[in-house]
Design a protein around this ligand. Structure first.
Ligand code: BEZ
Ligand code: MG
Length: 574
């Protein structure tokens, strides 16, 4: 390796380490009715402070510090290498000053922390104070906890004060918690903010694919969920519209009921064909939005544009020719469960180990999700008509699939629903298209949008959560439930092997090393919750058995012995 190559590699590793370090890591479960302690509040306040909030005249704390520090060092850097090192150095200093500013704020208040920022980073008080005002409100809001009162009132059938439903970092006005969450106005979806934020996500998503494959994807599958579209004002919906190359239109009552195409000259790229796989919750909460998405597809399909710039039209026309289908059938793109049904159930099949071939998981996904929504040319709504063949044809052209992450607390290894949906659709595409689609996720939760491949996301979450002592020790403080959480992270990780072959072997190596082969840790898990400890070992053995993980014979034998010994413990034989 040349010196330059080595320098580049070291910088890359350093950048990745910083990314892990800077990520907000939940350090335990939320205890119903209990307000967070100081350390958790500090992490949260730092995340809240990192966002620009132009509507409230608030600038991002990190950006303010960065600007202040950069203006002091401008013009003194000679080489590119110096510039690169200086930028890493700057990032580190910005992080350290931000952390200290929050600590000072918590101990001594806004005025003293503002003065600290002026002296350390040249940030004017008038710029930092509006942010601290918000932090004071958030801090006060965190202290008030109405959860138990709210629950008791609900059980009594009494009135509960309403409050918005959102992510706390994106919208701190959700505090105090314990109120009656109201959130959904499908006619305001997507919000202007969501549509504008979707621009950069879609740009990154397409640029990443173009860089990796040398061309834009002709078709993508998008997973749309209800709760995250509530929290983000419909960022997922906005991304679908942007991929198609349309903008939402509001009627005289300010309701989003129509779309208009963005001219190709302005779009400067092809319109991407989008297959939307929608949760039952989304379908129920956003029925006008389901119609809007369908309308957007039909609108784009009707544009007289060259096929190399309008993949939607090209695919639909091709389908009409080769399968002799009418336009209405060939244009179906919005799919969900049958009315009244929910879930793809791929997670249950994986959790119960009830599958032999990976295609089975994809077939289950399609069986559950092949119901079409929208409106035919005659104006009649489809009401969730079964359309298995049409969904299959649409999926057979998909080259990439995508879903948003909307909260730092719930990621791809925290719950089984991400592999249920994104993994499920991936297997469904794989058997129809002949290869696994590329899979991507984006944080809708950070100020700086980032699109990652599924593999990158799994590694990041494994490093920041499952294998991170800060995370698992936080979990273990909850005893029985904490061990169950650790086991469930391992199982959800396994779910990504089952549905997308997306887990590298070292992840299983380190899970085994951390939780099973380390005797002290194993003893703690067994004592706190032998059932989950057993399930964790069983999942590792299953990963080996199904060929997802290659492990040496000695380790395998050891895992088997541990399994047998925990089983004896549970049965009272040991
Ligand atoms: C939803 O918000 O639509 C959703 C949440 C969890 C699992 C599946 C769907
Ligand atoms: Mg669930």
């Amino acid at each position: 390796m040349s010196q330059a190559e080595m320098d580049r590699r070291v910088r890359e590793i350093y950048e990745q380490t910083l990314e892990i370090e800077e990520r907000l890591i939940p350090t335990g479960l939320h205890v119903f009715g209990r307000a967070p302690g100081d350390a958790d509040s500090a992490d949260l306040l730092r995340a809240v402070a990192s966002f620009d909030r132009p509507e409230a005249g608030i600038r991002s704390l990190t950006k303010l510090i960065e600007e202040g520090l950069s203006s002091r060092t401008e013009g003194i850097l000679s080489s590119a290498k110096d510039a690169c090192e200086a930028s890493l150095d700057l990032r580190e200093r910005v992080g350290a000053i931000a952390r200290e500013a929050i600590e000072i704020f918590m101990r001594e208040g806004s005025t003293i922390s503002s003065a600290f920022l002026r002296s350390q980073a040249g940030v004017a008080e008038k710029d930092s104070l509006p942010g601290f005002e918000l932090l004071s409100e958030v801090r006060a809001g965190l202290m008030i906890n109405k959860e138990i009162d709210g629950l008791v009132s609900a059980l009594r059938g009494e009135y509960i004060e309403p409050g918005p439903g959102a992510d706390i970092v994106q919208n701190p006005s959700i505090l105090p918690t314990g109120r009656n969450t109201h959130a959904v106005n499908p006619y305001s979806t997507p919000s202007d903010l969501a549509y504008s934020r979707a621009e950069s996500v879609v740009k990154l998503l397409l640029e990443k694919q173009k860089a990796e494959r040398g061309q834009y994807p002709r078709a993508m599958a998008l997973v749309l969920w209800g709760l995250d579209n509530i929290k983000t004002g419909g960022e997922g919906v906005a991304q679908a519209l942007r991929l198609l190359g349309v903008r939402p239109l509001r009627d005289s009552l300010n309701r989003v009921t129509d779309v208009e195409p963005i001219p190709l000259a302005q779009l400067q790229r092809p319109r991407i064909d989008v297959v939307m796989t929608v949760s039952g919750i989304f379908r129920d909460l956003f029925s006008p939005t389901m119609l809007l998405l369908d309308k957007a597809v039909r609108c784009v399909a009707g544009l007289d544009e060259p096929p190399e710039l309008n993949f939607v039209r090209a695919n639909i026309q091709n389908e009409m020719k080769t399968s002799r289908l009418g336009f209405d059938e060939a244009a179906l793109r919005v799919f969900s469960n049958a009315p009244g049904n929910y879930g793809a159930n791929v997670n249950f099949m994986v959790l119960d180990s009830q599958w032999e071939r990976s295609e089975t998981l994809g077939e289950l996904f399609v069986t559950r999700k092949c119901f079409a929504y929208g409106r035919g040319r005659d104006g009649r709504t489809l009401e969730g008509r079964e359309a298995r063949d049409s969904m299959g044809r649409a999926l057979s052209r998909v080259e990439a699939a995508y879903q948003n992450l909307d909260s730092f607390e719930i990621g791809v290894t925290d719950v089984d629903h991400y592999f249920e949906y994104l993994g499920g659709v991936s297997r469904a595409v794989e058997s129809r298209a002949g290869e696994r689609p590329r899979l991507y996720l984006a944080d809708a939760l950070s100020q700086e949008t980032k699109v990652r491949s599924l593999e990158e996301t799994i590694k990041l979450e494994t490093r920041t959560k499952t294998l991170n002592p800060k995370w698992y020790e936080g979990m273990l403080k909850h005893g029985f439930r904490g061990v169950a959480e650790i086991e469930s992270h391992v199982t959800n990780t396994f779910g990504w092997s089952a549905t997308a072959d997306a887990v590298e072997g070292w992840i299983y190596d380190e899970v085994a090393g951390t939780f099973v082969l380390n005797e002290e840790m194993l003893a703690r898990l067994r004592e706190l919750n032998p059932h989950s400890a057993l399930a964790l070992v069983a999942r590792l053995l299953e990963a080996e058995g199904r060929g997802f993980w290659r492990v040496d014979a000695e380790t395998l034998e050891r895992l088997r012995m541990v399994y047998a010994s925990i089983e004896d413990q549970i049965e009272g034989a040991a």
